[in-house]
Design a protein around this ligand. Structure first.
Ligand code: FHN
Length: 623
C-alpha cells in the first residue's frame, strides 16, 4: 500500500527568531498524515537481474564515467534556509545535518518548506559554470536525509509542490545538462528522517507520527520516487545512493534496489552506497558479494588506485560543509583542489567536487571563483585528465603525479610537475622504455632526453608554465616497460618490507597513516585483496621472515599464503588481543638467490572482518 502524504496547513504562526535571506518564518505545515493511496508505479517494473554482467560489459557501461574524471556534486535543500543557524544559535557540523545536529523536531523543521523560495536559481548558469570548470557530470540531491524532494513528487507533499516556488528544481538542470552535454545524475538518500515508515526513529524527531515503521511500505515509497527520477528526466548517468548505514537497511534490500534502478535504466551507474559493503569514509567495497558499480571515498583520496576494472570516485567539499552554511568560510585554495584532481586521476579515480547553493538558489561566490580557476587550468591541461588511466609507475621520482593514455603508436605519459626542479632537469625513474618525444603541453619545443632505462633525464624550459601544475607530455613508442620500485637491503643486510612500501591490490585494502600510530595495512577484508613488495636481493642465502601485525582475538584464524622468492607456505594468523596490539612472529626460513624478487601475501580464508593489520615483514639474513 502506498501513502500520499498530505499536509493540512495549520494557521499556527511560529516566529523562530531567526531570519535567513531576509525571510522570517510565518506559516507552518501540519505533520504529515497518511491518506488516500496513489498508484504504485514501482510494481509495474519488470525486474531484471544484472548479476551476469561480464567485466567487459561493465567496463563498457562505465567508460563515460571512467573517462570523465571530474564531476560536480550539488547538496541543495531546505537546510540551506537556516544555513547552519537555528534560533540564533550556530549549529555545529555539516549544514545538511542541521536537523539532527540541532535536534530540531520534525514539526519545527517542516515550516521551512513554506518559505523555501529559490527565486535566483538559474540552472543554465550552474551547468555552464560546471562545464567551464571542466566537469562532465552533475550529481544533485533529489532527496537528502531530511526527506525533502527537490521536485514535485506524486508520492509525497514534502516536496517543492509545497513551497512558494512550486516548480521542479531538477527538470531545468536536466535540460541544461542535455543541452551542454553533461550527464545528469541523482543523489538519493536511503535514510529518511521525515517518512513515518523509515525504520529508525530518532529522539529529536519528536512524535511526528503514530505509525509503526514498516520498511516494506518505505521501500515501495522510495522505489516509486526512483521510478519518477528514472522515467521523467531522460538518461540518468548515476544514481548516487547514500544513508545506507542504518540496520533497517539490509544487503538484500540493496541488491533489490540496485536491480530496480537498472531495470528502469540498464545503462545507469549505481554507486556502492546502495548496498552494505561500503567501508566507511574510505569508501571502497568490502568484497564482491556487495553491489555497487564503484567505490566512494569521502573527503579523502586513497593512497593508491585499485587497478583496472575497480572504479572509484572521491567526493569532497570546497569548505567544510556539503549543504550551505552562511558562516563556513574555510575554503580550500585553488591549488589544493587542482592538485586533488590530478592526484585522483593519477590513481585512476574520479573527483566529485561539491557546491552548496543558498536558499535563494545561488552558488556561493567562493565556489564560483574556485570552479573558474579550475576551469582555467583545465582549459590548458584537460587532455592530461580526460580519458587517462592510472600512472604505470609505482613511485614518482619528482614532486607531482603521472597519468597515461593509449595512443595509436603506443602510450603518452603526462607528468604533472607541482614543483619546478631547481636544476631544470626532470629525473624520471622506474621507466625502462625510452621517451620518443618530450614536450611541455601547449608547446611544440622538443625537449632533450638523456640517461638510461630506469633513469631518464629531461631538460626542461627555464621556467614553469603553470605555478600550480605544469604538464610534460612524453610519448613512448610500442609497449610500455616500467620497472617497479624495489626494496634494497639496509646496511645490516635486512630487507625491511614496510606497509608504506607495499603495492596493495584489491578493493578495500588500504594503507593507514595516522599520527602517533604505526603505518599499517588494514581494511583487509576481501580474499581478493593481496599485498606485494618488489625487492632486490643483493646477497643470496637464507633469510628469516619476521611478521609484525595485529589481529583482534575474535578475528584470528584466517589463513594467508606467503610467496617469498621461490618459497611458498601457509600461515594461520594468530590473535594478538586487539587491533592495536602489535606482535612480531617468526615465519619459516626462506632461501634467495641474488637479484630481483617478490614477496606476496595472498589470503586463503577469512574468519571475520579482517585478515590482519600489517606493519611489516622483515627479512633477516641467517648467518
Ligand atoms: O550524511 C551524508 C552527508 O550529509 C553527505 O551527503 C555526504 C556526501 O557524500 N554523505 C553522507 C556522509 O557520508
Amino acid at each position: 500500500m502506498n501513502q500520499k502524504i498530505v499536509f493540512r496547513a495549520l494557521s499556527l504562526a511560529l516566529l523562530f527568531g531567526w531570519s535567513s535571506s531576509n525571510v522570517t518564518l510565518a506559516q507552518v505545515a501540519a505533520p504529515p498524515e497518511q491518506v488516500a493511496e496513489v498508484a504504485n508505479d514501482s510494481a509495474a517494473v519488470m525486474m531484471k537481474d544484472f548479476s551476469g554482467e561480464t567485466a567487459a560489459e561493465k567496463a563498457d557501461r562505465m567508460k563515460w564515467f571512467n573517462d570523465s574524471r571530474f564531476g560536480l556534486f550539488i547538496h541543495w535543500g531546505l537546510y540551506a534556509q537556516p544555513a547552519g543557524v537555528w534560533k540564533g544559535e550556530d549549529v555545529k557540523g555539516i549544514g545538511e545535518w542541521i536537523q539532527s545536529n540541532g535536534k530540531i523536531p520534525t514539526k519545527d523543521y517542516e515550516p521551512l518548506m513554506k518559505i523555501f523560495n529559490p527565486v535566483k536559481y538559474d540552472a543554465e548558469q550552474w551547468v555552464s559554470l560546471a562545464k567551464r570548470a571542466g566537469m562532465k557530470y552533475i550529481v544533485i540531491t533529489s532527496k537528502h536525509h531530511d526527506g525533502f524532494c527537490l521536485y514535485d513528487s506524486k508520492y509525497s507533499d514534502w516536496d517543492m509542490g509545497g513551497t512558494p516556488y512550486k516548480k521542479d528544481l531538477l527538470k531545468p538542470l536536466a535540460e541544461a545538462c542535455r543541452k551542454h552535454g553533461l550527464k545528469m545524475c541523482f543523489y538519493h538518500s536511503i535514510l529518511d528522517w521525515h517518512h513515518p515508515h523509515w525504520g529508525i526513529k530518532e529522539e529529536w524527531q519528536g512524535n511526528f507520527t503514530n505509525e509503526k515503521p514498516d520498511m516494506e511500505i518505505y521501500r515501495t515509497y522510495m522505489k516509486n520516487q526512483l521510478h519518477e527520477l528514472l522515467t521523467n528526466y531522460g538518461d540518468v548517468g548515476i544514481v548516487w545512493f547514500d544513508g545506507e548505514w542504518g540496520d533497517c537497511w539490509t544487503h538484500e534490500m540493496g541488491i533489490d534496489l540496485y536491480n530496480y534502478c537498472r531495470s528502469l535504466q540498464p545503462n545507469t551507474i549505481v554507486n556502492n552506497r546502495v548496498d552494505k559493503g561500503r567501508r566507511g569514509y574510505a569508501g571502497m567495497t568490502a568484497s564482491t558479494e556487495f553491489l555497487g558499480d564503484y567505490g566512494t571515498p569521502e573527503q579523502s583520496i586513497p593512497q593508491t588506485g585499485f587497478g583496472e576494472g575497480v572504479f572509484w570516485e572521491s567526493c569532497m567539499t570546497m569548505n567544510d560543509t556539503w549543504g550551505f552554511k552562511s558562516k563556513d568560510e574555510n575554503w580550500k585554495p585553488n591549488e589544493k583542489l587542482i592538485r586533488n584532481l590530478i592526484d585522483i586521476a593519477s590513481k585512476g579515480g574520479n573527483f566529485l567536487l561539491n557546491v552548496g547553493p543558498t536558499a535563494e538558489g545561488e552558488i556561493p561566490a567562493a565556489s564560483i571563483e574556485r570552479l573558474e580557476a579550475i576551469g582555467q587550468w583545465m582549459e590548458k591541461y584537460s587532455e592530461s585528465i580526460y580519458g587517462t588511466r592510472a600512472s604505470p609507475l609505482d613511485r614518482n621520482s619528482w614532486d607531482g603525479r603521472c597519468t597515461r593514455k593509449k595512443t595509436a603508436s603506443g602510450t603518452r605519459l603526462y607528468f604533472h610537475l607541482f614543483e619546478w626542479p631547481a636544476d631544470g632537469v626532470l629525473n624520471i625513474k622506474y621507466l625502462n622504455s625510452e621517451p620518443a618525444a618530450a614536450t611541455m603541453m601547449g608547446t611544440a619545443e622538443a625537449l632533450k632526453v638523456s640517461g638510461e632505462p630506469g633513469d631518464w633525464k629531461i631538460q626542461l624550459p627555464a621556467s614553469a608554465p603553470d605555478k600550480i601544475a605544469s604538464v610534460l607530455q612524453v610519448d613512448i613508442a610500442g609497449s610500455l616497460d616500467v620497472e617497479p620500485y624495489r626494496i634494497q637491503a639496509d646496511e645490516s643486510g635486512k630487507l625491511v618490507l614496510a606497509a608504506g612500501e607495499a603495492v596493495l591490490k584489491g578493493r578495500s585494502i588500504r594503507l593507514e597513516k595516522k599520527k602517533n600510530k604505526l603505518d599499517n595495512i588494514n581494511q583487509w577484508s576481501d580474499l581478493g585483496d593481496r599485498v606485494l613488495w618488489n625487492i632486490n636481493v643483493a646477497k643470496a642465502g637464507k633469510y628469516r621472515p619476521m611478521l609484525k601485525y595485529s589481529c583482534e582475538d575474535q578475528a584470528a584464524g584466517s589463513v594467508v599464503e606467503f610467496q617469498i622468492g621461490k618459497s611458498t607456505f601457509s600461515h594461520t594468523v594468530a590473535k594478538t588481543g586487539t587491533w592495536a596490539d602489535w606482535k612480531t612472529v617468526q615465519l619459516p626460513e626462506v632461501e634467495f638467490v641474488a637479484g630481483k624478487s617478490q614477496v606476496v601475501i595472498q589470503p586463503k580464508s577469512l574468519v571475520k572482518t579482517g585478515i590482519m593489520n600489517l606493519v611489516s615483514v622483515v627479512l633477516e639474513p641467517v648467518e
